[in-house]
Design a protein. Structure first.
Length: 136
């Protein structure tokens, strides 16, 4: 009986990870700098001195990268993020570990929208967060 109880206690964290989605990262929600964070690691952080931001309204596409696009991420949503709590489905392309990564069909929750067009998006299941900016 003691073995079964020990086994169940060991499996509890794994089972709870399947049931509960991770909350948005405090560092991410506290920053207004465009960035991409994947599984707790910063994949891209925008630097105004060496980077560029782009937004294509017709495609709901956010582009963020350095000047020569050797480091970047592109997020294309199925709809424009307009209100907190909204869910958008997106394809994400980014450069990490010396190669281009691509994921399609990622549901993101719109966690926050600022008056300047900054939008915080979060996928708790995959722990992917993005801060993007809707440009005028």
């Amino acid at each position: 009986m003691k073995r079964i109880l020990t086994l169940l206690l060991c499996l509890l964290p794994a089972l709870s990870a399947c049931i509960f989605e991770a909350r948005i990262d405090d560092e991410l929600i506290g920053s207004d700098t465009p960035c991409l964070k994947v599984k707790g690691r910063m994949a891209f952080l925008y630097d105004e001195a060496t980077g560029q931001l782009g937004y294509v309204p017709a495609r709901h596409e956010f582009r963020t990268g350095n000047d020569d696009m050797s480091d970047f991420f592109i997020l294309r949503c199925d709809a424009a993020p307009k209100e907190e709590g909204q869910t958008v489905t997106a394809s994400l392309t980014w450069f990490q570990n010396y190669e281009v990564q691509k994921r399609d069909g990622i549901p993101f929750k719109v966690e926050k929208i600022a008056d300047d067009g900054t939008v915080w998006l979060w996928n708790g299941k995959e722990s992917i967060g993005a801060v993007v900016r809707i440009l005028p």
